[in-house]
Design a protein around this ligand. Structure first.
Ligand SMILES: [Zn+2]
Ligand SMILES: [Zn+2]
Length: 239
């Protein structure tokens, strides 16, 4: 069944010990996308077109360089630089680089377009967006799925936003109330809990509280950062 490609990983993520099942899925997709980029994608003309055009963001170029597959990365960089160089070619009178405001705007917007893109991010986000919609499908069709979600840890804000977007587009008013409002409620509680902890954490710096035990978990700052911004394991925990 085609749907199982997406439903199995979602169930697995919900059962995993993590703060956000979509961060868990993201991490897996990211590892796959980085490996794919330097491996099988080298023989895939369609994906080579994407890497040639988009290049990579700072996080993913770091991961790609760490893979130590120098030849593949050099070949990708070679063709990506060709794309970048093409942006610098203009038909002009040879005296001025770009004469008209419109030409300058086009130059800047094309350059900005390339800089903002990342072939790995776009591959991950494409599948992640499918996961949001499959999650809502499972909410409607799979018995016990809502209970499983409600007994979990909720989501980070970024992924809750993606999930809410899929829910708002896919669920009728009645279904949204029945199936998604309880999830909003647990997310609200999660936010409330972290807010309480972060206030207590900040209060512990007050000189009047010196020597008193802190009434919040020690990793409050990290946990709250993960709630607000999702997992950030790759570039903070390494090196
Ligand atoms: Zn997340
Ligand atoms: Zn990226």
């Amino acid at each position: 069944m085609k749907e199982q490609i997406y439903t199995i990983p979602i169930n697995e993520a919900l059962e995993a010990d993590c703060d956000c099942p979509f961060c868990y899925l993201y991490k897996k997709l990211e590892q796959d996308a980085v490996d794919y980029t330097l491996g099988p994608a080298m023989m895939e003309p369609d994906f080579r077109v994407i890497t040639n055009e988009k290049g990579f963001c700072k996080i993913h170029i770091k991961q790609l360089t760490e893979k130590r597959n120098a030849l593949s990365l050099a070949l990708i960089m070679d063709t990506h630089i060709d794309t970048l160089k093409s942006l610098f070619e203009f038909k002009n009178d040879g005296k001025t680089f770009l004469k008209k405001q419109k030409q300058k705007d086009v130059f800047v917007s094309r350059l900005t377009g390339v800089v903002k893109e990342c072939a790995v991010c776009s591959r991950i986000n494409h599948t992640l967006s499918r996961y949001y919609y499959t999650f809502i499908f499972m909410l409607k069709k799979e018995k016990g799925f809502l209970d499983k979600v409600l007994s979990g840890n909720g989501f980070c804000i970024e992924h809750f936003c993606g999930l809410s977007e899929a829910a708002a587009s896919e669920l009728s008013d009645k279904s949204f109330k029945k199936l998604f409002e309880p999830i909003i409620e647990i997310q609200k509680n999660k936010l409330e809990q972290h807010h309480t902890y972060i206030k207590k954490f900040a209060d512990s710096f007050d000189y009047r509280n010196a020597g008193k035990p802190m009434d919040a978990p020690k990793d409050t700052l990290t946990k709250t950062a993960k709630l607000l911004n999702g997992e950030f394991y790759n570039f903070l925990n390494k090196d």
